[in-house]
Design a protein around this ligand. Structure first.
Ligand SMILES: [Zn+2]
Length: 239
């Protein structure tokens, strides 16, 4: 891939260009792992990329801001000393090799330190174990918070699922199953609560109409602040 720089709204943007044998048109993709990538057909010309960026500058600016990739792909390190947010507060990671006498990984939080004792082969690649731990923790917190808010609202889901969702923080199915993104465990507790209230209210209003928002705000008056917080801090909640 070739590294290039474009100016988008007066600001330098790093992007990479690649050619793909089966590409038929120019394509621009943006992600945290890859940054901004322009894919060209095998004999496509580089000329015109600047015009393309100019034409799409509003979309580009928003996406690049959201993913934090002005300077290229985001590479996050998870090692001893890295910081991870839990319940809206920074925790320091401390990763060590599991003592030979022990077989099972141990992960726990102690005084704002997230301690991970892992088998030697996982120590340098702790992310899967970290995700698994956070999912499990998130599940018990969500179950508890849903119960709490069900008691207040009288709205009771048939099931609660906690897993990975990349596009939404939560959802509510027509069968009354609520699904939540486990990464919300990294946000302040009031953010997690607000999303729980939002999804519970969908059990009565399966839409985002006036009645829905009135119900949400009757239980959670500060909901708009939570939406703003999520918009401004979504990068903090990535893993
Ligand atoms: Zn909704």
């Amino acid at each position: 891939m070739m590294n290039c720089v474009a100016i988008v709204k007066g600001r330098p943007l790093k992007y990479r260009v690649r050619r793909h044998p089966r590409a038929r048109h120019r394509k621009v993709t943006i992600s945290r792992d890859q940054g901004v990538v322009v894919t060209l057909p095998p004999r496509g010309s580089m000329a015109g990329i600047d015009d393309l960026f100019k034409k799409w500058e509003d979309w580009l600016e928003e996406k690049v801001n959201n993913d934090g990739v002005w300077d290229g792909p985001v590479i996050r390190q998870f090692a001893t000393g890295s910081t991870i947010m839990l319940g809206g507060e920074p925790c320091t990671l401390e990763i060590s090799v599991l003592p030979p006498s022990k077989k099972r990984s141990r992960i726990f939080v102690d005084d704002r330190v997230l301690k991970m004792e892992l088998p030697p082969e996982e120590v340098l690649l702790p992310l899967p174990a970290l995700r698994k731990f956070l999912k499990k923790e998130a599940k018990s917190i969500f179950v508890e918070r849903v119960e709490h808010w069900s008691g207040i609202t009288g709205l009771i889901p048939s099931r609660v699922i906690v897993g990975e969702r990349t596009s939404r923080w939560g959802s509510c199915s027509s069968r009354g199953t609520l699904s939540f993104c486990y990464r919300l465990i990294m946000a302040p507790p009031e953010v997690l609560d607000a999303i729980v209230v939002h999804e519970l209210c969908h059990l009565r209003h399966p839409n985002h109409g006036k009645g829905f928002w009135a119900l949400v705000k009757s239980y959670y008056p500060g909901y708009d602040d939570i939406r703003k917080w999520l918009k401004n801090n979504s990068l903090e909640l990535q893993l």
